[in-house]
Write a protein of this length. Structure first.
Length: 243
């Protein structure tokens, strides 16, 4: 195919896509709803190279976690297209509302976990103080054989990235009564050891958590607990902590 013909066809395709009617995110075939409650809707997103999503509406703020590397063209309605290279585990907060479609212009599938924040309107006014002593909303903590990095706090939600070598342990402390969405960047084999107060008695418990890359789980969390990488490979995951 001559280059001039290729560019004409590409321009025609993009023009048709830009004028196509928008759909709700739940009707967009590349967005697969995997979990929903009153606080979030979680989608696994996958777009093959040289293909694109339908134009779709984002009516709530969301946080995305990239699974693998990718290069995408983002076409937001009313704005010029932008091209972005995404790294494995890249975490981004995006404000709504807007309509767009995304085209994978790289050699790898574009995959991410999109967490739509259904209570964004009220959470934007949140005054959650995640660290009672430092009130941190960003920072890197070097652990024994691992790291814990607070990436940001948006809509009252704290996003933290963890990287743990086999056998590494990370102590955790949270607001009482909060919830956590854990997103696996790599395959995970973790053990959570927690302490809870039951009728004025401290009760210890533990459970294992096995997730494939791109998997996620919603957890009501205890104020004090620790996570251990009991697998044979390094573990990378992101926690989204809700007040």
């Amino acid at each position: 195919m001559k280059p001039s013909i290729f560019f004409v066809l590409a321009a025609t395709l993009l023009a048709a896509q830009a004028t196509a009617p928008e759909v709700e995110i739940t009707a967009e075939p590349h967005h697969h709803l995997v979990f929903e409650n009153k606080s979030v809707r979680v989608f696994n997103v996958e777009v093959d190279p040289n293909t694109e999503t339908l134009p779709h509406a984002h009516r709530h703020d969301y946080i995305s976690v990239s699974i693998g590397t990718a290069e995408v063209e983002n076409n937001v309605k009313g704005k010029p297209p932008t091209t972005t290279k995404l790294s494995d585990g890249d975490v981004r907060f995006v404000s709504a509302p807007f309509t767009h479609f995304v085209r994978d212009v790289g050699a790898q599938p574009f995959r991410n976990v999109t967490t739509e924040i259904l209570e964004d309107e009220s959470l934007r006014k949140s005054t959650a103080k995640w660290d009672a002593n430092k009130n941190e909303d960003r920072g890197l903590e070097v652990l024994t054989n691992g790291t814990k990095q607070i990436l940001f706090v948006k809509d009252g939600i704290r996003a933290t990235e963890f990287e743990l070598q086999p056998g590494a342990v990370v102590p955790m402390q949270h607001q009482a009564g909060s919830y956590l969405l854990l997103v696996a960047v790599t395959d995970l084999n973790l053990r959570d050891d927690n302490i809870r107060n039951h009728e004025k008695t401290l009760v210890r418990g533990s459970f294992t958590l096995d997730l494939g890359s791109g998997g996620q789980t919603w957890l009501p969390i205890k104020a004090l607990h620790s996570i251990t990488n009991v697998g044979k490979n390094p573990a990378k995951f992101v926690s989204l902590e809700f007040p």
